[in-house]
Structure formats: structure tokens, C-alpha cells
Write a protein that binds this ligand. Structure first.
Ligand code: AMP
Length: 187
């Protein structure tokens, strides 16, 4: 396993491993193209399937670097992204998330399923309790996360979650705003 240091803006993108709907694939590709245009690095789950594959392909097509982190057990299921500039094959899901975190300067969540939500909630909760200060951003052009966000607002209203936790999350509807929100000074 290599652990090349990632410097500068490196966006960890969490997104779906299932849908092949053109609308979602196009959104993922637009994000990859945007990352490349800014000369940033993509950090991904290291699969070629669905939106995960699309964002990585578009990033490379734009001439930028991709780092993929995939558990050995998912190499076949998610079709490991052998074209990644750096493909880190790990033993566990926890190691995957740990390495994705370590390589990332910001976290961007696109539409996804429960795996994507799991990844989002970990970086979101760890940000609001002060474990890191990297931007946590949701790009949601089609209200995919409306129900989840309404539920969290209800948690705030009922005292189960703080307004500060909601405020630590950036929710936007277009790619440029999402990348603007991810931009951090070079580390
Ligand atoms: P999904 O949103 O369910 O399509 O999943 C998106 C990605 O999240 C897939 O690559 C899953 O393998 C990944 N994933 C699901 N659960 C976890 C986890 N606990 N840690 C790391 N990655 C996960």
C-alpha cells in the first residue's frame, strides 16, 4: 500500500455506487471536470461503477490526479479503478474511510445511497465536534437529500441536534458553488 502525500486541494467525493441513470452520471462527470479545471485532486472510493466511476474518469479526462481507496473485498464488486493515479487497496471499510480522510482537504457528497450517507455522516459529525475543520459540502441539485435534511431540521427543533451541527454543513445546488465551498488554502 502506497501512502503518497496529497497536497493542495484534494476533494473526497462520496457518491452512489448503484444508479446508471444519465442524470446522475452527468452530474458526477461535471464534478470531475470541475475538479480537473481547478487543478485539484480527486479522492474517491476507488471503484469504476456508477457515479463513482464517472467522477474519476472525468477528473482524469480533464488532466487531474485521482486517488482511489478500495477494500480488497470490494475490488470485484465495485470494479477497482485500475486507472487511478494511486489505487490504495485496504482490508477494511474503516481503513478506506481513514485513508480517504487523510488524503482529503474537503468532502463533497453527491446523491447516493446508504453507503454515501454513512460516509457523509461520519465527516459531518466529526467536523461539528471539532475533530477536523475541512469543508463538508452536499451538492444536491434535485432535492435528493430533502427528506434527510428535513429530518435533521426536526432534530434541531426537538433538541436532539444543535443548530451549530446544521451550520457546519454546506448544501448547494450547482457544481461551481460546491467546488467554491470545498476550496481551502494549500496545505
Ligand atoms: P452507496 O451510496 O450505498 O451506493 O455506497 C457508496 C459507496 O460507499 C460504496 O463505495 C460503498 O462501498 C461505500 N461504503 C458503504 N459503507 C461504507 C463504510 N462503512 N465505509 C466506507 N465506505 C462505505
Amino acid at each position: 500500500m502506497s501512502a503518497e502525500e496529497t497536497t493542495g486541494n484534494a476533494v473526497c467525493v462520496y457518491c452512489a455506487s448503484g444508479p446508471v441513470d444519465q442524470r446522475y452520471l452527468a452530474l458526477a462527470a461535471e464534478v470531475g471536470t470541475g475538479i480537473a479545471k481547478r487543478g485539484w485532486t480527486l479522492v474517491s472510493g476507488g471503484g469504476r461503477v456508477s457515479m463513482m466511476g464517472e467522477v474519476a474518469r472525468a477528473t482524469r479526462a480533464g488532466g487531474a490526479r485521482t486517488v482511489g481507496v478500495i477494500p480488497r473485498a470490494l475490488v470485484d464488486r465495485e470494479v477497482a479503478d485500475d486507472d487511478a493515479d494511486e489505487l490504495l487497496v485496504v482490508d477494511t471499510m474503516r481503513e478506506r474511510k481513514g485513508l480517504m480522510d487523510a488524503h482529503a482537504s474537503a468532502f463533497l457528497t453527491l446523491p447516493g445511497g446508504i453507503g454515501t450517507c454513512e460516509e457523509l455522516f461520519e465527516v459531518w459529525t466529526s467536523r461539528y465536534i471539532g475533530m477536523h475543520d475541512k469543508p463538508v459540502v452536499i451538492l444536491d441539485p434535485d432535492d435528493h437529500y430533502r427528506g434527510m435534511l428535513e429530518w435533521v431540521r426536526g432534530l434541531v427543533a426537538d433538541g436532539f441536534a444543535s443548530q451549530r451541527s446544521l451550520d457546519s454543513l454546506v448544501v448547494v445546488t450547482d457544481v461551481e458553488s460546491a467546488l467554491d465551498a470545498c476550496a481551502v488554502p494549500a496545505r
